[in-house]
Ligand binder design. Structure first.
Ligand SMILES: Cc1cc2nc3c(=O)[nH]c(=O)nc-3n(C[C@H](O)[C@H](O)[C@H](O)COP(=O)(O)OP(=O)(O)OC[C@H]3O[C@@H](n4cnc5c(N)ncnc54)[C@H](O)[C@@H]3O)c2cc1C
Length: 284
């Protein structure tokens, strides 16, 4: 439980942090809230020679409603998001998911940027980010890149981020029309990580579903969007029978994880149940 020796440096700005990553190469790791990296270092699963602390860069910690999108700085904590009123009814799944993460200490230190960069297959944010069709902004020595959420999560603890890049912002489009969203999860009782988590964003035209975006975390080695469920909903009346039948198609054709918390069969069952709950909660 004692990490290997490392050097600690604190960056005062994003550009300074990018410079430090350049200087130290793959011997360096960014430190944000430390609630995923430090446990991994204590178990010696990760042994960076240099930690570049970006947790106190003011320009990375904000949540802004920019009209057509909400901009979330990478260093916004889970607690900042849980208590923000920037998201409105349409994107209510953001504060909901944030409030379900870990405990008070985790929510006060852990950041959305750290969670997305870490890409734990049981983390909550990836499902919400995918369902909301967000864009992830990263900065490296070559400048800024914009990565769609669908291209960001590439595998088990893997993302499209390069070693010398910093995730700086998440841009969440504000949905138009009559759209509502919700996040529901079956949580591991000690850590509260998602055994299965489902984010649902549903648009309606009267009683009819005019658009659906459904994403899961915890089910597979990386979060994913479930187009079977959304296409089964779209164009149909939003009643309990149609929701149940759409939710029954959840996590099909997916390589489902099995572990000592939940078998593959149980996870598939949970995916159906929590898809139904998230969709029902979204439409109220
Ligand atoms: C007891 C406990 C319970 C938890 N429960 C949950 C839960 O229920 N749900 C959940 O989703 N999570 C949970 N977590 C994880 C928690 O949310 C972490 O805070 C989060 O996953 C990582 O954020 P961080 O800011 O702490 O990142 P850090 O631990 O500082 O960093 C994590 C990784 O991301 C990299 N990184 C950090 N910031 C950036 C950036 N801006 N750009 C590029 N790379 C970056 C780091 O180099 C490191 O590799 C739990 C953690 C603990 C300890």
């Amino acid at each position: 439980m004692i990490p290997a020796n490392f050097q600690y440096t604190r960056a005062g700005s994003v550009d300074e942090a990018v410079g430090m990553l350049q200087e130290h190469g793959d011997n360096a790791k960014l430190l944000a809230g430390g609630h995923s990296l430090l446990p991994a270092m204590k178990l010696r699963l990760n042994q960076p020679g240099v930690l570049v602390d970006i947790g106190r860069i003011p320009e990375l910690r904000y949540i802004r409603n920019n009209g057509d999108h909400i901009a979330i700085g990478a260093a916004a904590t889970h607690d900042d998001i849980a208590n923000s009123d920037a998201f409105g009814n349409e994107l209510d799944m953001f504060p909901q998911a944030a409030g379900l993460i870990g405990d008070t200490q985790v929510r006060n230190k852990g950041t959305i940027g750290g969670s997305l960069a870490h890409a734990d297959p049981a983390a909550d944010w990836p499902a919400v980010i995918l369902a909301s069709n967000a864009t992830i902004v990263v900065k490296g020595p070559g400048g800024e890149r914009h990565i769609s959420a669908g291209d960001f999560f590439t595998g088990f603890f893997e993302t499209a981020l390069a070693d010398n890049e910093i995730l700086t912002e998440i841009r969440v489009p504000v949905p138009s029309g009559n759209t509502r969203s919700a996040y529901a999860k079956f949580m591991q009782p000690a850590s509260r990580f998602a055994i299965v988590g489902c984010a649902a964003m549903i648009s309606a035209d009267g009683d009819t579903c005019s658009g659906a975006s459904i994403a899961f975390t915890g089910v597979s080695d990386a979060a994913f969007k479930d187009n079977n469920v959304s296409s089964a909903l779209e164009g149909n009346t939003l009643n309990s029978g149609n929701i149940e039948s759409a939710a029954n198609g959840a996590a099909q054709g997916v390589d489902i994880m099995g572990d000592h918390f939940a078998s593959e069969d149980y996870r598939q069952h949970l995916a159906r149940v929590f898809a139904g709950r998230a969709i029902s909660a979204a439409i109220g």
